[in-house]
Design a protein around this ligand. Structure first.
Ligand code: NAP
Length: 306
C-alpha cells in the first residue's frame, strides 16, 4: 500500500456508477485500501462496477438515490449513523452536462435541473455530512467542478453557472474549515466519458475530431491526476490542457478568450455546438477577429482612453 493520508479511509463518492466517479472508486479501493460508499441512481451500472471490482467488492457498498433531492441526503446520513459508519472523505462528483445550446433555448426546468444536480446536491450533501466528517482526524471534502467554472463559453451558460457556484461555495467553505477539514476543488477539462452522450453528433470533420481528441484527457489520466492532487492536499486543481489554457488565459484576457473560443468552434463546424451558433453563423461577419483583438489589446494598455 502507499503511504498516503487517505489510505484505508472511508470515502463517499457520488456519481460512482460511471466515468470519473467509477475510476475514483476503483483506484481508492485498489491502490489505497479504502472502503468506498458509492452513490448513483442506475443499479445496472452500479452492479457492473461491483462485478469489475472482483474480490475487492467487499470494500464497496452503494446507495441508489437522486443527489438533487435534499431529503435523500438526510436519509443517507441517518443510515450511516444507524450503521455506525464514520465517513472520512466526501467526493461530490455526480453531475450532468446540459446539451450545448443558447441560454434562451433552455427551459426553466432545464436550468433548475442543472443547478439542482450540479450545485444544490453539493449544498445538501455538505450540509448533511460535514458535521460527521469533521469528527474524523482525516476529514476531507472534494468537489468536482469543471473548467467551465473558470471560463464561460457560448453554449455552456447554465453548466458554467452551476459549476462556478460550486467553485465559490467550495472556496468559502475551505477557509471556514481550515485546520479541521481538507477542502479540495477540481476543475477538469474535457474528459472522455459518457457525459457527452446527450450532445448532438453529426459528421464532424476529421480535423475537428482530431482537435477534440488532442485536448481531451482519458478518464484514467483524469482520475490519476485527481487522486494525486488529493494526496498532495492541493486546494484548487485544474487538470487537462484545455482547462489550464482556459484558466491561465482567462485570468489575462477575460473577455477575449470566450470570443476567441467561439470563433474557433464556429470555424470547426462542430455539430454539437450547431444550435448555439445557428443565427450568428448566418449573420454578417462584422469586424474580423484580428480587428476585435487589436481593439481589445489596446484597451489593456496603460493610459488607454477607452
Ligand atoms: N467528462 C468531462 O469532460 C468533465 C469535464 C469537467 C467536469 N466534469 C464533471 O465531472 C463529474 C463526473 O462526470 P463524468 O464525465 O464522469 O460523467 P458521467 O460518466 O456521465 O457520470 C456522471 C455520474 O453522475 C451520476 N449522476 C448524474 N446525475 C445524478 C443524480 N441526479 N443523482 C445521482 N447520481 C447522478 C451518474 O449516475 P447515474 O446515471 O447512475 O445516476 C454517473 O455516475 C461531473 O460533475 C462533471 O460535471 C466532467
Amino acid at each position: 500500500m502507499t503511504d498516503c493520508w487517505f489510505d484505508y479511509k472511508t470515502v463517499i463518492v457520488s456519481g460512482a456508477s460511471s466515468g470519473i466517479g467509477k475510476g475514483l472508486v476503483k483506484k481508492l479501493i485498489d491502490e489505497h485500501g479504502c472502503r468506498v460508499i458509492g452513490i448513483a441512481r442506475n443499479e445496472t451500472k452500479m452492479l457492473k462496477l461491483v462485478e469489475e471490482l472482483g474480490a475487492k467488492k467487499r470494500y464497496f457498498s452503494y446507495f441508489l438515490f437522486d443527489v438533487s433531492v435534499r431529503e435523500n441526503w438526510k436519509t443517507f446520513a441517518d443510515a450511516l449513523r444507524e450503521q455506525g459508519v464514520q465517513p472520512d472523505i466526501l467526493i461530490n462528483n455526480a453531475g450532468i452536462l446540459p446539451k450545448f445550446d443558447k441560454f434562451l433555448n433552455y427551459s426553466i426546468e432545464d436550468i433548475d435541473r442543472a443547478m439542482q444536480i450540479n450545485f444544490y446536491s453539493c449544498v445538501y450533501s455538505m450540509n448533511a455530512l460535514l458535521p460527521m466528517l469533521m469528527q474524523s482526524k482525516a476529514a476531507g471534502v472534494v468537489n468536482i467542478a469543471s473548467s467551465a467554472a473558470l471560463c464561460s463559453l457560448a453554449g455552456t451558460s447554465v453548466y458554467s453557472a452551476s459549476k462556478a457556484a460550486l467553485k465559490s461555495l467550495t472556496e468559502s467553505i475551505r477557509e471556514e474549515c481550515r485546520g479541521l477539514c481538507y477542502v479540495g476543488l477540481v476543475c477538469p477539462g474535457f474528459t472522455k466519458t459518457d457525459i457527452f452522450s446527450n450532445q448532438k453528433k453529426g459528421n464532424e470533420s476529421e480535423l475537428s475530431e482530431k482537435a477534440l481528441q488532442m485536448v481531451s484527457s482519458s478518464c484514467e489520466h483524469m482520475v490519476n491526476s485527481i487522486i494525486n492532487g488529493i494526496w498532495k492536499r492541493k486546494s484548487n486543481m485544474v487538470f487537462g490542457i484545455d482547462a489550464r489554457l482556459m484558466n491561465d488565459s482567462n485570468k489575462l484576457f477575460g473577455v477575449l478568450i470566450p470570443m476567441l473560443s467561439s470563433s474557433v468552434i464556429r470555424a470547426a463546424h462542430l455539430e454539437m455546438f450547431s444550435d448555439v451558433f445557428e443565427d450568428t453563423d448566418a449573420a454578417p461577419a462584422g469586424e474580423p477577429l484580428y480587428v476585435q483583438l487589436g481593439k481589445y489589446l489596446k484597451r489593456l494598455l496603460p493610459f488607454s482612453k477607452e
